[in-house]
Design a protein around this ligand. Structure first.
Ligand code: ADP
Ligand code: ADP
Length: 218
C-alpha cells in the first residue's frame, strides 16, 4: 500500500455550509478543498466542453453524469497539492460516486472520516437564497449571516459579489429533492463503515469550524 493520506468527505444538504467550512479547514488541515461544483462553475465560465456539458444539468439542479464527474475527480486527485489527501466538498454525491471514490482512495488507506453537517430545511433555503460569492476568488458570503464589509464587494480582493444562477428558489427546491433522493443515502453508507461523524450545522460559522477542527484534531 502507498503512504496513508487524509480524505475528509463533507456531507450535508446544499447550503449546509460545506464550502464555507472546507475553505476554513484548508489551512488548519493543510489539505486542499476539492469542490466539484466549483470545478464545474470554472468550466462553465471558461466555456470549455466540460462546462457546456455540465450546464444543462446544473441549470435544473440535476447531477452531472457520474462518468464525467468521476473522471474529473480522478484527474484532480493527481494534482501535486493532493499528495497528502483532500477535503471533498460536493463529491461523492450518490452511491455510484461513493463506490468509485472508495476505489480511488483505497491505495492510501481509504476515506478517513465523513463529517455530516446537519441543518434544517428552512434554514437551508434561507442560507441558499442569501448566498453570494466573489466572481474572482470564490469567497462565500451571506447577505445576513456573513455579510461583506461593503455590500456587494469582496473583503478579500474587492471582487464583485454575485448570486449563483442555480440559487433561485425553483432550482433550490429541486436540488433539495435530488439531495434527499441521491445523496442522503450516503449517510447510511458511511455510517455502516463506521466513518460518519455528525456535526451540528445550525451553530454560527465559527462554532461549526471549531467542532470540525476538534473532530479532525487539526
Ligand atoms: P451546493 O452544494 O450548493 O448544492 P454545488 O456547488 O456542490 O452546490 O453543486 C452545484 C451543481 O453542480 C449541482 O447541482 C450539480 O448539477 C453539479 N454537481 C456538483 N457536484 C456534483 C457531483 N459530485 N456529481 C454530479 N453533479 C455535481
Ligand atoms: P454548501 O457548500 O454546503 O452549499 P455554503 O458554504 O456555500 O454551503 O453556505 C451556504 C450559505 O450559508 C452561504 O451564504 C454561507 O455564507 C452561509 N453559511 C454557511 N454556514 C453558515 C452558518 N453556520 N450559519 C449561518 N450561515 C452560514
Amino acid at each position: 500500500m502507498a503512504e496513508k493520506r487524509m480524505f475528509i468527505v463533507l456531507l450535508g444538504a446544499p447550503g449546509a455550509g460545506k464550502g464555507t467550512q472546507a475553505k476554513l479547514l484548508e489551512e488548519a488541515a493543510q489539505l486542499p478543498q476539492i469542490s466539484t461544483g466549483d470545478i464545474f462553475r470554472f468550466n462553465l465560465k471558461n466555456q470549455t466542453e466540460l462546462g457546456k456539458l455540465a450546464k444543462s444539468y446544473m441549470d435544473t439542479g440535476a447531477l452531472v453524469p457520474d462518468e464525467v464527474t468521476i473522471r474529473m475527480v480522478e484527474d484532480r486527485l493527481q494534482q501535486p497539492d493532493a499528495a497528502r489527501g483532500a477535503i471533498m466538498d460536493g463529491f461523492p454525491r450518490n452511491l455510484v460516486q461513493a463506490t468509485a471514490f472508495d476505489l480511488m482512495v483505497a491505495p492510501y488507506g481509504g476515506v478517513t472520516v465523513v463529517p455530516m453537517i446537519g441543518v434544517d430545511d428552512e434554514e437551508v433555503i434561507r442560507r441558499i437564497t442569501g448566498r453570494r460569492s466573489c466572481k474572482s476568488c470564490g469567497a462565500i458570503y451571506h447577505v445576513l449571516y456573513n455579510p461583506p464589509k461593503v455590500a456587494g464587494v469582496c473583503d478579500k480582493d474587492g471582487g464583485e459579489l454575485t448570486q449563483r444562477d442555480d440559487d433561485r428558489e425553483e432550482t433550490v427546491r429541486n436540488r433539495l429533492f435530488v439531495y434527499y433522493k441521491q445523496t442522503a443515502p450516503l449517510i447510511g453508507y458511511y455510517y455502516a463503515k463506521g466513518l460518519l461523524a455528525e456535526v451540528d450545522g445550525m451553530q454560527p460559522i465559527e462554532d461549526v469550524a471549531a467542532a470540525l477542527k476538534a473532530l479532525l484534531k487539526v
